[in-house]
Design a protein around this ligand. Sequence first.
Ligand code: SF4
Length: 77
Amino acid sequence: MVSPDGGVTMRVEADRGKCMGAGMCALNAPEVFDQDEDEGLVVVLESEPAAGHRFAVRDAANLCPASAITLIEEDAG
Ligand code: SF4
């Protein structure tokens, strides 16, 4: 049986040192990113997003104005 994500794993890392709290990530992928209440800096809710969230996560990474989001995608097979 083929898994829905094709055996590819995705890991998300966010650099709070670079983040400027623009909120694009939380807007694009609210299941995966949030912002803390004090500074508005990124919080990763789901560091290994489910297959159904990955499209939005890629968008969020591309749209982050601070390039603070790193995606590590690996072929688990
Ligand atoms: S989009 Fe980038 S700068 Fe904005 S909150 Fe998310 S990680 Fe931070």
